[in-house]
Design a protein around this ligand. Sequence first.
Ligand SMILES: Nc1nc2c(ncn2[C@@H]2O[C@H](COP(=O)(O)OP(=O)(O)OP(=O)(O)O)[C@@H](O)[C@H]2O)c(=O)[nH]1
Length: 377
Amino acid sequence: MQPDSIAPTAGVHWIVRMNWKNRSIFFVLLALTLASHMAGRQPGAIAWLLLVLQFVVYPQVLYLLTRRLPQQRQRQVEVRNMLLDGLGFGLWCSFLGLPLWITFTMYIGVSMNLLVFESFRGWVQATLCMALGIAVMHGLRPTPWQADTSLLTTGLSMFTLGLYILAFAYDAYLRATSLHRHRAQLRQQLEANHRLQAQLTELALRDPLTGLYNRRHLDETMQLQLQRCAMMGSGAAVLLLDIDHFKQINDRHGHAVGDQLLQTLAQQLLRNCRAGDTACRYGGDEFLLLLTEVTPDAALARAQQLRQDFAVQQLRVEDQSLSTTLSCGLALFPAHGTEPARLIQRADQALYQAKLHGRNAVVVFEHHLETCTDGAK
Ligand SMILES: Nc1nc2c(ncn2[C@@H]2O[C@H](COP(=O)(O)OP(=O)(O)OP(=O)(O)O)[C@@H](O)[C@H]2O)c(=O)[nH]1
């Protein structure tokens, strides 16, 4: 009757072990109860021998036989063993003349055991098995009814049944607390898994160098953000930013310095982000800023501010300060497109124009002839 016995261990099913413990204790108590009834009635040496065999030897033999079976079969066989208990009890009760307390104790005992493991079906089976035992013995050797309400037999019956019920209740308590503990552990594990999953998802959507969102995140969210803007009747803007002559910086100062510069720009973009905006590393030294609920003028002003802030930024490299500029292409929603791919393509065309016009510039995409003009350098 241990909570941990819920899990089958060491080749013996927990039901088999539990019933073995129960039988080892309660069958002996039953034997004493039956002995108190038989004592004054001189049933003969064979009856005494059978009493010992049934209530002392039989539980041990049953356990040794059942534990040898493969675990998958043990539960099934143990249910059959419980039915055999019922049959045996029926035989004994009938043999003794259906003494009230003994019959009651045995019937409740076997019914409870089968009800717990096999539900109402088990209880019906227990009743039928015990009735069968009674009928068979009555057919073989009818005994007149002997109520036996003597103090000793009644007391022993009550004690045995009471103890059995208490043991059952205690076992149920242990099982319930164990189950509760397992459930709590499972819940904790589940929460940890969810947290890990969220972290992994977040990692998969982030650029490891800058910590900004990556292109995959943009692909997954940009459409939704544009739809939200459309529903609210507000505008949005796509800013595509690219560091000017970044390759030269890499070549001159090394990749690590280049990385530092990318991180600096990323931090600047994050500082510039408002609720609803998305900053992402679009690839290499290209960054994309999606501004939502923004007017064209405000978007252009913010792009210009970014460009200026970046230009005055000084990066310390080996006691020297390094500064560079960026170019930016700007496309507006819904004026220049309503689909993410279209908007990005147009922002890219504008960026190309900014590079073409000497860099360190913001260019807004222009509709006519699909060409771009310099916005406001
Ligand atoms: N340090 C560093 N460099 C990178 C990384 N990813 C891409 N690059 C480099 O970024 C450079 C991108 O250069 P380009 O955008 O083609 O050209 P550019 O030198 O910036 O010139 P313009 O864009 O025309 O002004 C390449 O040399 C890449 O090797 C990175 O994660 N870290």
